[in-house]
Design a protein around this ligand. Structure first.
Ligand SMILES: [Cu+2]
Length: 176
């Protein structure tokens, strides 16, 4: 890793300033380098984070106290990842829900953690799996942004910001 090299090499693989820039006071610059390197490590370490992509997301209000969020989650990584929980500051309770046919009646029930195999995508959509927000601190209004944290356990957490769009037509999200 670049940061493990001696500081004298101008850490993090950047060209030494002497190659192109005026020679500034190296004494002042050196103490900054370890901090710069540390700052870069968290970006590089959890490779799995980048493997999970959330797109075509939106949220809608069911009533002033509850709403739901939908999105496509893509696992571009080499390992299966499981969406185990979702959190949001916008509501008192956030749960993974799905719809289940119980004797011909579609009921909304708590969903099991959602496994997304490597290379697969999973759609949270109207009438199927969704993120349920209960006890909204304020009603979801069209045009607002809803911030969610998707917890994929060992695969890491993914932050998503979804537009509130209660008029969105189901099925339009995926675009195909
Ligand atoms: Cu629900």
């Amino acid at each position: 890793m670049a940061c493990a090299r001696p500081v004298a090499e101008w850490g993090c693989g950047r060209p030494h300033p002497a190659l192109g820039l005026p020679d500034r006071k190296d004494e002042e610059m050196k103490p900054l380098l370890p901090a710069l390197c540390l700052g870069l490590i968290p970006l590089a370490a959890p490779a799995q984070d980048a493997a999970l992509a959330v797109h075509d997301g939106y949220a809608r209000a069911a009533n002033p106290r509850s709403g739901a969020a939908f999105m496509v989650i893509e696992n571009r990584g080499a390992e299966a990842c499981t969406l185990s929980a979702v959190a949001s500051d916008a509501a008192e309770r956030v749960e993974l829900h799905t719809h289940r046919d119980e004797g011909g009646v579609m009921r909304m029930v708590k969903a099991d953690p959602i496994l997304i195999p490597a290379g697969a995508r999973h759609e949270l959509a109207r009438g199927g799996d969704h993120v349920m927000l209960m006890g909204l601190k304020r009603p979801l209004k069209d045009g607002d942004e809803l911030a969610l944290t998707l917890d994929f356990g060992p695969c890491g957490k993914v932050e998503a910001s979804l537009p509130v769009d209660s008029k969105r037509i189901p099925g339009h999200a995926a675009g195909h």
